[in-house]
Design a binder for this molecule. Sequence first.
Ligand SMILES: Nc1ncnc2c1ncn2[C@@H]1O[C@H](COP(=O)(O)OP(=O)(O)O)[C@@H](O)[C@H]1O
Ligand SMILES: [Mg+2]
Length: 255
Amino acid sequence: MNTLLEVNNLTKSYRIGYRWLIPQYQRALGPVSFKLEEQQTLSVVGNAGSGKTTLARILVGAEQRTSGQILLEGEQLEVRNRQQRCSLIRMIFQDANTSLNPRMRIGNLLEEPLKFATDMPSKDREKEVYNKLRQVGLLPEHAHFYPHMISGGQKQRIAVARALMLDPHIIVADEALSVLDMSVRSQVINLLLKLQNEMGLSYIFVSHNINVVRHVSDQVMVLDQGKVIEFGDAEQVFNHPENDYTRKLLYNLGH
Ligand SMILES: Nc1ncnc2c1ncn2[C@@H]1O[C@H](COP(=O)(O)OP(=O)(O)O)[C@@H](O)[C@H]1O
Ligand SMILES: [Mg+2]
């Protein structure tokens, strides 16, 4: 199988202040190591403050790591320029309500990544926007709408379409599923699975609620205070959790 992402001994520490003029650091994450293969889904679960968002932000290049190595399709993350990196790995944000600019039409919101990262002429950009709207189950007409004119579920589809604009290989979704109500969530999950099959995408789903990702993961990583306390095939982790903390996450249905 084709390894898209390889992470070795990744750590992140934040400076939390000074004591006797000496900077004090707190380890927020790590060490974390894993591999993500083509068309696979890795879920990262853990309680609030366990380091999930820190990991997601480092992977998409929104945050610097403290130490460790990240190989994106075999090359060091920083060897690739920003544009290349953006088109390989994209993030879907938690709340489509706040991540979509309310003053922009959906067509322009979707077009933005193409303007920023390609020199595609405007006619082709328009075509690409219509393509992606269709892929996420929306209509060309939606391009002319503003975000407030569509439902929460449709907004989440727009967030997915926006992440897809540059045809990435990996999508990182930080709590993007946890915030949706149950019926919308299963629609969005079905859409993501369909896209995974069609485009060979790999996903990293980040969630504080292990049950949200239960049926869609190939592998599961459980984080507690920045440390990996359990990692393995989803079936193994869900059916025979080794750690008490994982068991608590599993049986604590809801939140
Ligand atoms: N910018 C920051 N500065 C200092 N500490 C931070 C910063 N961002 C996150 N942290 C700390 O790192 C830890 C992990 O946070 P985070 O990755 O957001 O956890 P999660 O997404 O699992 O809730 C927490 O203790 C948090 O307070
Ligand atoms: Mg978080």
